[in-house]
Design a protein around this ligand. Structure first.
Ligand SMILES: NC(=O)c1ccc[n+]([C@@H]2O[C@H](COP(=O)([O-])OP(=O)(O)OC[C@H]3O[C@@H](n4cnc5c(N)ncnc54)[C@H](O)[C@@H]3O)[C@@H](O)[C@H]2O)c1
Length: 330
């Protein structure tokens, strides 16, 4: 499949590498930064690399594209691609506002194009297996979900203050950049968030004033949710506990395992798992995207699900602004 990767910064380069690793894709890129464009082109021996999307679309025909630019550009670029008949994989968060999304959806529907949101955690086998067990009804319908996550962001992204992360308008801050992974995971386990109230603060991260610590109390219909994230603690952990009538079920992403406990104090049972590199999840996401185009398979995270999580991001920020509960219309 001929695939155009748009934006080859931190995550765009990973998409280039991981799509190539599937052996199912030929990659070309759009990257306005000349030095970076040449580096990526040479590193991956790419035939085509353009500075603008218009040039790429004028010179070549693509079946699909990956949008890995900062979030405010996701919808305008996806709309331009959809108008040109190109299927799209759009990085998270889908956007920073709801602007232009209904128009994009109608072009996608009219041209029968696939659009997927790149919430890559859905491509981690431990998450997918735990979600399947819950959705098959093995433990009963979730009563409560508790998600707790944190990591020392500067350790993993030393230049964060010089990227889109530094402002909410460009898609930054903990809510839109990191918490959105946790909220999308919670929605995958427990269904869409219907109401929430939130608190957040800037506690530690130097050279930015966006929030780095977030708390959310939520409802997924009847299921209660409680979520916490910070971007400065030493431990790099991501845990989601789903309390069901027949068992307590827990994802420990940092240990690449999930388990369940059926009787009080009976100890955890862990499902078998195999070690996983981050690139493997991205290659799996790439293959699933191509399968959804070529074989009409359901996308791992549809545009509609990405839109729902965007509404959650917006509701968290609105709740903090107003100090009130927010209702999310589906
Ligand atoms: N799924 C994940 O785990 C994950 C991780 C990091 C970032 N992201 C998301 O990916 C997106 C990009 O993040 P990043 O960390 O790679 O940012 P980045 O700043 O490292 O890279 C963005 C790239 O987009 C390029 N760009 C800017 N305007 C462009 C345009 N008009 N056309 C083409 N390219 C353009 C920039 O030159 C830059 O190279 C963000 O939405 C971010 O939230 C996802």
């Amino acid at each position: 499949m001929e695939i155009l990767v748009i934006g080859t910064g931190s995550i765009g380069e990973r998409h280039v590498r991981c799509f190539l690793a599937t052996n199912r894709a030929q990659i070309a890129i759009v990257e306005p930064n000349e030095q970076l464009r040449n580096t990526i082109r040479e590193r991956y021996k790419l035939q085509h690399a353009w500075p603008t999307l218009d040039e790429a679309l004028a010179r070549h025909k693509f079946q699909a594209a990956v949008i890995a630019t900062p979030a405010p550009l996701h919808i305008p670029i996806a709309t331009r691609l959809a108008q040109a008949g190109v299927h799209v994989l759009i990085e998270k968060p889908l956007s920073v506002t709801l602007e232009g999304i209904p128009e994009l959806q109608s072009i996608l529907a009219e041209k029968k194009l696939t659009a997927v949101t790149a919430y890559v955690l859905r491509s981690y086998p431990v998450l997918a297996e735990m979600r399947q067990a819950i959705h098959e009804g093995r433990f009963g319908a979730p009563l409560q979900i508790v998600g707790v996550t944190g990591q020392n962001f500067p350790t993993y992204r030393p230049a964060y203050a010089k990227t889109y992360y530094a402002s909410r308008a460009s898609g930054g801050g903990a809510v839109q950049d990191a918490m959105t992974h946790l909220m999308n995971t919670a929605e995958w386990f427990g269904g869409p968030v219907t109401r929430l109230v939130a608190d957040l603060d800037h506690k530690v991260l130097a050279d930015v004033n966006v929030e780095d610590t977030v708390h959310v109390i939520a409802r997924h219909g009847a299921t209660m949710g409680l979520y916490s994230l910070n971007q400065h603690q030493s431990a790099n952990e991501f845990t989601v506990t789903v309390i069901c009538p027949k068992a307590t079920v827990r994802l420990e992403l940092h240990n690449n395992r999930w388990g369940w406990m059926e009787k009080p104090d009976s100890g955890w049972n862990y499902a078998p798992s195999t070690p996983l590199e981050r690139d493997t999840a991205f290659s799996s996401q790439a293959s699933a995207f191509m399968d959804s185009i070529e074989h009409a398979k359901a996308p791992r995270c549809s545009l509609a699900e990405g839109l729902q999580t965007l509404k959650v991001n917006r509701a968290i920020l609105a709740s903090v602004e107003s100090g009130t509960w927010q209702t999310i219309q589906g």
